[in-house]
Design a protein around this ligand. Structure first.
Ligand code: UDX
Ligand code: UDX
Length: 459
């Protein structure tokens, strides 16, 4: 097989794995290899139990694995063999030094660039799939061209817009694909080669070619604007709770304006996920770096409202449970940052659980997919908490149920049975507004939705 039809992806995570599975399934003449330093992860990709849960992923991987899709830890060989290299290693927020808490930690990404320089024997296209700060492609370009072998690398920015839980569908039917390249003859050719891959299944008019900086920035701005909508509606949910307005009705009325649109206006306990907070903070850092403190402060507020919303939720729980939850069992329904994923990165459930443990509550946590990650997240935390598979057991003898993830399973439970097994008065705090609040009230619960009046039997 010709090298230009040989694709390597470095980083077999939530982004690399699903993206490459779709490319392999759609492009029969390509051979796709996904490489990772983590042997356990690669073994899992090669087994029946994939390392991540994503609807439709397992079926897709089984169809092409061993034929056009391969998983390996041999990054050096992968680099040698491939003409096109996607980089999707993680770029978390820095926890140390300059820019700590805001800037992206680029050490893995730089290490990967250096590995490419070391092992490459011919020219290659290198694609940034990880979200990176603006002008990272330029830095990547410099590192790659520090090679003394006379090799030429074309660096492309091709951000992902997949949301977890719908990653496969998002990738198969994207709103748009963005391919940013350098404005040189080589750069333009490289952009065309990447467009050719996506054109196997994406209509041409949905594939945008831009310059590399616009592409990098668009990714940050898309996530910042999506998160901004959630913080906007969440800030209004606080006001609704003080008045007799209902945030669901407000969101519907506002969203029916076609200029605004209905999506991403679901009030919640807060947004989570590996991207939103990290990307906004990255944007904030960039604005500060370029001497735009007003712009930085504007975007930082989106994260602050999210923190406020999580804290407000816990305050509401404590205040309404007679100002103390010490020694009380509280059932946490949902630990994933959203439904249909086992991912708990930046999940509001982590922060809510920690605040409740500080209040000395005793937590029972259930989630259909995220309990292994939840155990890891709380491994260092002190206090009384347990992980329970069955929601009915989880709620038994609890004073309150907290809905923190919008899993469909939670909508279908028998809340009469749950109520009967709980301590009285029994509370439900619906952090996702997914339950029938009037019905719960009829059963006997004291119900606290987000952004609408509480329904309580307490005088
Ligand atoms: C991705 C992007 O890369 C990140 O920038 C984006 O904002 C979110 O999505 P994701 O796929 O979710 O990250 O991360 P993760 O699941 O942690 O996967 C990254 C993989 O890269 C891991 O499996 C890790 O082992 C691997 N890795 C990391 C390498 O192979 N080499 C390294 O040097 C570092
Ligand atoms: C996001 C972007 O949507 C995706 O395009 C990008 O590539 C990666 O980051 P993801 O974080 O996987 O995807 O999920 P998303 O559906 O955006 O949800 C993020 C968080 O916002 C979740 O915690 C979700 O529960 C919350 N959310 C979403 C709300 O609270 N209200 C809403 O109306 C929508």
């Amino acid at each position: 097989m010709k090298k230009e039809k040989n694709i390597l992806c470095i980083g077999a995570g939530y982004v690399g794995g699903p993206t490459m599975a779709v490319i392999a399934s759609k492009c029969p003449e390509y051979r796709v290899t996904v490489a990772d330093i983590d042997e356990k992860r690669i073994n899992a990709w090669n087994s029946d139990k994939l390392p991540i849960y994503e609807p439709g992923l397992s079926e897709l991987v089984k169809k092409v694995r061993g034929k056009r899709l391969f998983f390996t830890t041999d990054i050096a060989k992968g680099i040698k063999d491939a003409g096109i290299i996607f980089v999707s290693v993680n770029t978390p927020t820095k926890t140390f030094g300059e820019g700590a808490g805001k800037a992206a930690d680029l050490q893995y990404w730089e290490k990967t660039a250096r590995a490419i320089v070391e092992h490459a024997e011919d020219n290659k296209i290198v694609i940034e799939k990880s979200t990176l700060p603006l002008r990272a492609a330029e830095a990547m370009h410099r590192i790659l061209h520090s090679n003394t072998k006379g090799l030429v690398f074309d660096v492309i920015s091709n951000p992902e817009f997949m949301a977890e839980g719908t990653a496969i569908d998002d990738m198969q039917n994207p709103d748009r694909v963005l391919v940013g390249g350098m404005e040189t003859a080589g750069g333009k050719k490289a952009v065309e080669r990447i467009i050719d891959i996506y054109a196997h299944w994406v209509p041409r008019e949905r594939i945008l070619a831009t310059n590399v900086w616009s592409s990098e920035l668009s990714k940050l701005v898309a996530n910042a604007m999506l998160a901004q909508r959630i913080s906007s509606i969440n800030s209004i949910s606080a006001l609704c709770e003080k008045t007799d307005a209902n945030v669901n009705e407000v969101a519907k009325a506002v969203g029916m304006d076609s200029r605004i649109g209905p999506k991403f206006l679901r009030a919640s306990v807060g947004f989570g996920g590996s991207c939103f907070k990290k990307d906004i903070l990255n944007l904030v850092y960039l604005c500060e770096y370029y001497g735009l403190p007003e712009v930085a402060a504007y975007w930082e507020e989106v994260v602050k409202i999210n923190d406020f919303q999580e804290k407000r939720f816990v305050k509401n729980v404590v205040k309404n449970m007679f100002n103390t939850v010490a020694g009380k069992k509280i059932a946490v329904f949902g630990f994933a940052f959203k439904a249909d994923t086992g991912d708990t990165r930046e999940s509001p459930a982590i922060y809510v659980s920690r605040m409740l443990l500080d209040e000395k509550a005793e937590l029972a946590i259930c989630d259909p997919e995220a309990l292994d990650n939840a155990k890891r997240d709380l491994a260092e935390d002190k206090g009384k908490f347990e992980f329970v598979n069955d929601p009915y057991k989880c709620a038994r003898n609890a004073h309150a149920v907290l809905i923190l993830t919008e899993w469909n399973e939670f909508k279908k439970l028998d809340y009469r049975k749950i109520y009967a097994s709980m301590e009285k008065p029994a509370f439900i705090f619906d952090g996702r507004n997914i339950l029938d609040h009037k019905e719960l009230f009829k059963i006997g619960f004291n119900v606290f939705p987000i952004g609408s009046a509480k329904l309580t039997h307490l005088k």
